[in-house]
Ligand binder design. Structure first.
Ligand SMILES: Cc1ncc(COP(=O)(O)O)c(C=O)c1O
Length: 412
């Protein structure tokens, strides 16, 4: 099921007219489809049924508690990258024993919090971090379960900022260093070696890099399984891409399962996955209202009430998001869709054929469910948008629109 579609020229989110949502909750507005979230999770779980992975939803993609809870209800675990995400996970009702904790810069306070909660394992980015986890665990009289993050040095053919598994990236350790890191960690009290982790990048549209990475680490997995009795998890990370443009051809979950299945079966390890964008990206829209139409000698600027602070992906990654009229109209106009922020980099779409709109019309930015609200800021003192969840013909606010008072809360 597509989350969003037209009925007699009007854009609908499931069974609810987007126009009604904008009128009721105001703009800019993030809109999420609950059934799309569920279906994406089920599609992945079904395709991977033979492998029975623990699917840990990557909370950074969309951290709203209602989104997290939707996946928890489906049986998901969670992938977190900060103490704040662990707090959100716990607040949404997650079982800590199904939470994995990634990230290159975990602080002592974050590690101790995760140890006290009893998470499944830390994915560890350096020997120094392993030593810190060991010290924290000893201090708390407990054991830290760890999986080193290996950097397999494969090219996932995605945007440079979304590549994480090449040797020039800050993430993980190369194969040889990983081997040594395990040996060092094995000598530390307070640690239990339980797995190996990798995450090669995001928005990957080809399954071959996943298979290539797996091939590179398979030998190491076998060695680790022999060497460490508690070694049982292979965490494949996230990265499965989605359709941003109509002609994008992201891999079906079944193709992913076929690409990794044989190698994973041969290893006989329990698989963990950390999908984020795949689960939430196309479950979200950012709805905005046109404020002005402005023309110069070269093009038209459609100025809306949403800006780069609400959705930074176009400015940060030159990411393409479809721009949909909330009410279909004849004709297009060539130009940029921009916001009110005082930056030339403030655009949601650039040099594109945009729907022909007039002041007051509504537009929707597609594929905004992942790395949308979570990357939003209050730059230019713009309160962050409200978020609403739609389920059929029902909708409800899952995060209030911020107010001007919210902007100054905590300031002295
Ligand atoms: C370690 C790790 N796991 C999972 C993810 C989720 O990636 P995606 O949203 O591409 O599935 C990320 C994204 O940065 C990550 O760094």
């Amino acid at each position: 099921m597509e989350a969003f579609g037209y009925r007699e020229g009007e854009l609908f989110a499931e069974g609810t007219a987007v126009r009604d949502l904008a009128d009721r909750y105001g703009t800019p507005l993030y809109v999420y489809s609950r059934n799309h979230l569920r279906q994406r999770y089920r599609a992945l779980a079904d395709a991977m049924a033979a492998i029975q992975p623990l699917i840990c939803y990557s909370v950074k993609a969309n951290s709203n508690g209602a989104v997290i809870r939707t996946f928890l209800e489906e049986g998901a675990g969670l992938d977190i990258v900060s103490g704040g995400e662990l707090y959100r996970a716990r607040r949404a009702g997650a079982d800590p024993a199904r939470v994995v904790f990634a990230g290159v810069g975990k602080t002592r306070a974050e590690i101790e919090y995760a140890l006290r909660e009893g998470i499944l394992f830390f994915t560890v980015e350096s020997e120094a971090e392993a030593a810190r986890i060991a010290a924290c665990a000893r201090g708390l009289n407990t054991t830290g379960r760890i999986a080193f993050r290996v950097n397999p040095d494969v090219d996932p053919s995605t945007h440079t900022y979304m590549t994480t598994g090449k040797k020039e990236n800050k993430f993980g350790l190369d194969l040889e260093r990983t081997r040594r890191a395990y040996e060092t960690a094995a000598g530390l009290d307070g640690l239990e070696i339980v797995g190996l982790h990798m995450h090669i990048g995001s928005q990957i549209l080809d399954v071959r890099p996943f298979a290539a990475a797996l091939e590179k680490v398979a030998g190491l997995c076998r060695e680790l399984r022999e060497a460490y009795p508690a070694f049982r998890y292979l965490d494949l990370g996230g990265g499965l891409g989605i359709r941003y443009r109509p002609d994008d051809a992201p891999p079906e979950p079944a193709a992913f399962a076929r690409a990794v299945g044989p190698a994973v079966h041969a290893l006989g390890l329990s698989v963990v996955m950390e999908p984020g964008r795949f689960l939430t990206g196309n479950a979200g829209l950012l709805v905005c209202r046109v404020q002005y139409i402005k023309e110069n000698a070269l093009k038209t600027f459609v100025v809306t009430d949403a800006a780069m602070n609400d959705l930074i992906r176009p400015s940060l990654y030159e990411a393409h998001h479809e721009i949909l009229p909330v009410t279909r109209r004849e004709g297009t106009v060539y130009g940029d869709l921009v916001g009110p922020v005082c930056e030339s980099g403030d655009f949601l779409a650039r040099e594109r054929e945009l729907p022909r709109v007039a002041e007051g019309d509504l537009l929707a930015v597609g594929s905004a469910g992942a790395y949308g609200f979570t990357m939003a800021s209050t730059y230019n003192s713009r309160p962050r948008p409200a978020e609403v969840m739609v389920d059929g013909e029902e909708s409800w606010v899952v995060r209030d629109r911020e107010t001007w008072e919210d902007l100054v809360r905590g300031e002295r």
